[in-house]
Design a protein around this ligand. Structure first.
Ligand code: SF4
Length: 383
């Protein structure tokens, strides 16, 4: 197996950005995974003034700016504060790791629940959770997030909403938003107090419940509804619009903001928008058969310090040679940020050339090594 680069164990935030080759990465956590049109216009403006003119959606339904000059960070943070996007401290920001369904047609008021949970997690007596510990509020009438990582999950079942620990197949019934917040905190406290956090400060629910039983009152027999695949197109009262590599330019965001009242961020590197015509924009993926929907590519070179080669530029040139089914992941190194999971084909940059892993992770043993970028189209045609 190939060595996997060191995982930092924390994600960048707006108060604690991460350094990259092209400047700081500043990650913003919009409340309720939603921006109104004024906020979206402001964010487009900030991306143009302080970053590289684009915004990236993350798999945690956040938005990040890249290429921020550290000299301008304080001014950028002041403008984010004016939009109400800053938390009280980096610790509170890290704990607000909440993904909310874009659907607003469920039993609970999702935005209120997300806000109440965030407030509870910011309290002085809130559980001190690991940086990657997350909450999934799948509060629409349809379940969307079965493939989205989250340690504590609120999901629809045949008998109303249910609470489930990741790694446990069943959960308990939840009757109200207030009960949801209280039980989520109970589960988080149990995780901490029962030793879910290791000496390195890390820990995930899925691993912990393999050898630790939940308290009786947090167990249940409800099963979540079958998941609805996140396919671009009509969904609920709105539409899911994919973004090529999860990236949108500030100009494209501005055009959306002048057309729609709100924009919701999903963990699918796609936006959820009201129904209606979209502005013409090449990066919007609206055809479920678009091959770019089956491509994952991280920032790669030159933006990332750890990259061994380009990623998105390579994907642009080989997408037409790409097989008609299966996921292609192009990773700038073996860390696999864009898709830390198996894919049908994974191209991993190494010293300026590419290794190919089939049916595995970027850090697995490749079946082909050291292919120059110019030869990748032929390699893909032969798959
Ligand atoms: S996977 Fe890509 S973005 Fe992540 S560290 Fe490696 S090169 Fe950088």
């Amino acid at each position: 197996m190939t060595a996997r680069p060191q995982i930092k164990g924390w994600c960048p935030g707006a108060l604690r950005p991460m350094a990259a080759e092209d400047g700081l990465v500043v990650r913003i956590r919009p409340w309720g995974s939603e921006m109104n049109c004024k906020q979206a216009l402001a964010l487009a403006d900030l991306a143009a003034r302080f970053a590289n003119g684009t915004l990236e959606l993350t798999s945690r339904a956040n938005v990040q700016l890249r290429g921020v000059d550290p000299v301008h960070l304080a001014k950028l943070q002041a403008e984010l504060e004016a939009q109400g996007w800053l938390d009280a401290s980096p610790e509170v920001e890290t704990r607000r790791n909440i993904i909310l369904s874009p659907l607003r047609n469920g039993q609970f008021d999702g935005p209120k629940l997300a806000r109440d949970l965030a407030r509870a997690l910011a309290a002085a007596d809130a559980p001190r959770l690991p940086a990657k510990f997350g909450f999934v509020l799948d509060t629409g009438s349809q379940r969307l997030f079965s493939g989205v990582s989250g340690d504590i999950r609120l999901e629809p079942s045949d008998c109303g909403m249910m609470l489930r620990a990741q790694g446990v197949r069943t959960g308990c019934s939840i009757q109200s938003e207030a009960e949801a917040v209280a039980r989520i905190l109970d589960l988080a406290h149990w995780f901490v107090q029962s030793g879910g956090i290791g000496p390195d400060g890390r820990g995930r629910m899925k691993e912990f419940v393999k050898s630790n039983s939940l308290p009786q009152d947090l167990q249940g027999t409800l099963k979540p509804l079958q998941n609805r695949p996140a396919v671009v197109g009509a969904l609920g009262d709105g539409q899911l619009v994919g973004l090529r590599y999860g990236v949108i330019t500030s100009d494209a965001l501005r055009r959306l903001a002048t057309q729609f009242d709100w924009i919701r961020i999903t963990p699918f590197r796609a936006l959820y928008l009201p129904a209606g015509n979209l502005p013409d924009e090449a990066s919007f993926l609206t055809d479920p058969a678009d091959p770019f929907l089956r491509v994952r590519a991280c920032t790669g070179a030159p933006g990332c310090l750890q990259a061994h080669g380009i990623t998105r530029g390579l994907a642009d040139t080989i997408v037409s040679a790409f097989p008609s089914q299966g996921l292609l992941h192009i990773s700038g190194c073996t860390k696999g940020c864009a898709h830390p999971a198996p894919a049908a084909w994974t191209l991993v940059a190494r010293d300026g050339a590419y290794d190919l892993v089939t049916g595995g992770n970027p850090w697995d043993d490749p079946v082909v090594r050291g292919v120059p970028a110019a030869d990748i189209p032929n390699l893909m045609r032969d798959l």
